[in-house]
Design a protein around this ligand. Structure first.
Ligand SMILES: Nc1nc2c(ncn2[C@@H]2O[C@H](COP(=O)(O)OP(=O)(O)OP(=O)(O)O)[C@@H](O)[C@H]2O)c(=O)[nH]1
Length: 362
């Protein structure tokens, strides 16, 4: 099959259109780089009209045009549509003497085009996307130097487009890398079962919160929550049900506590909360809301076999004098004090132990 025959097949045309689409150049605004190349082509070839055009599915569209006030024409009047079917320069010294163009409306009517010389805009894969062409109102020829220059300028048009394309690919790649990096950071900070912050991420947030408190932000409350006798749930219903209970418990916590409270899975069936701008007394009220909610909410997926859980809670303040390690040890101690006192209760630092009535302790 000859090159012209191959380029006339619809399969080839589909591939060519797809290649053109990759550059995302159709219907884009004027750009100085293209306008200047058209201007230079016009000067060198001493032609009143010069055009950078692309052959779309059913139109030719001009990225840059000098000498004519149009932006596109239908494909059936396009001389360039013929140019892209062959290799090298396509030159029609006198359109009125060429039977392919002698009845073309742009030849017999306005703007009465008589001379055409087009250099292919061929991309790196060898697909002809359009032309850089010069036109005149009278029959003529190009000198060898003008032919050389026209093709060289067309190569520059294509080189510029390849650069723009690779620049766009690079930008896309950077965006994808950035999204992947963010996703990895999110995953690294997330507990996979509950979707809450994990211990490492929570410690980071604690550091930041403490730094703020030390610089004058209001006192925060550190709250540690541990599900009571969670082992029994696993033993009675199996580990997957235990997992499900942890997830439901998480959802309940997210509903009970403020959006500004930072909730994390500290490990196993232990959870930690940072309540910014909150006194231990206010934190205790929130903790009691959790106990009450748990007393009335089954954590089971199946309504037929309800599962109720209780929690033990320790609460201590984070203030300007706090040291993180010491605060973590303290809140852990308060939690186990609540366990020792019978579970299903809250213990605050430096206050009389307060334990709510128990309903499922052993
Ligand atoms: N299903 C499930 N169980 C877990 C997970 N992480 C920890 N556990 C279980 O949590 C239970 C914790 O048991 P213990 O440390 O004895 O504590 P407990 O039974 O809650 O008793 P107290 O804390 O003393 O009230 C163990 O059975 C662990 O296997 C988890 O991700 N999924």
């Amino acid at each position: 099959m000859s090159k012209i025959d191959e380029r006339c097949t619809s399969a080839y045309e589909e591939l060519r259109i797809a290649e053109l689409a990759e550059y995302e150049i159709l219907d884009t605004p004027n750009e100085a780089a293209f306008d200047e190349l058209v201007e230079v082509a016009s000067i060198i070839c001493e032609a009143p009209i010069a055009v950078i055009n692309f052959i779309d599915r059913d139109r030719q569209w001009f990225k840059a045009i000098k000498g004519l006030p149009i932006r596109e024409t239908p494909l059936d009047v396009s001389i360039c549509a013929h140019a892209i079917l062959q290799s090298g320069l396509f030159i029609i010294p006198d359109t009125t003497l060429d039977e392919r163009f002698s009845s073309n409306p742009l030849v017999i009517g306005d703007p009465h085009l008589r001379f055409y010389a087009g250099a292919l805009l061929e991309n790196e894969s060898g697909y002809p996307l359009g032309t850089l062409c010069v036109l005149d109102y009278q029959p003529r020829e190009l000198t060898d130097k003008q032919r050389f220059a026209l093709q060289a300028l067309a190569n520059q048009v294509m080189a510029h487009m390849e650069l723009m394309l690779s620049h766009r690919y690079q930008k896309q790649l950077i965006l994808e890398l950035e999204a992947t990096r963010e996703e990895m950071a999110r995953l690294a900070a997330t507990d996979m079962l509950t979707g809450l912050l994990n211990r490492r991420a929570f410690e980071q947030r604690l550091h930041e919160a403490l730094a703020l408190v030390k610089r004058g932000a209001p006192t925060a409350a550190l709250v540690m929550v541990d599900l009571d006798h969670f082992k029994r749930i696993n033993d009675a219903f199996g580990h997957p049900v235990g997992d499900d209970v942890l997830k439901r418990f998480t959802t309940l916590c997210l509903a009970v506590f403020r959006e500004t409270d930072v909730i994390a899975r500290w490990g196993g069936e232990e959870f930690m909360l940072l309540m910014p701008n909150t006194s231990v007394e206010k934190a205790q009220q929130a903790a009691k809301r959790l106990l009450n909610k748990l007393a009335n909410t089954s954590m089971a997926a199946e309504p037929t076999t309800p599962i109720y859980v209780t929690v033990s809670i320790g609460i201590c303040p984070l203030n300007a004098n706090s040291q993180l390690e010491e605060r973590l040890r303290t809140v852990d101690g308060l939690l186990y004090q609540a366990k020792r006192q019978g579970r299903n209760g809250v213990v605050l630092e430096n206050t009389a132990p307060e334990v709510t009535p128990k309903n499922n302790d052993s």
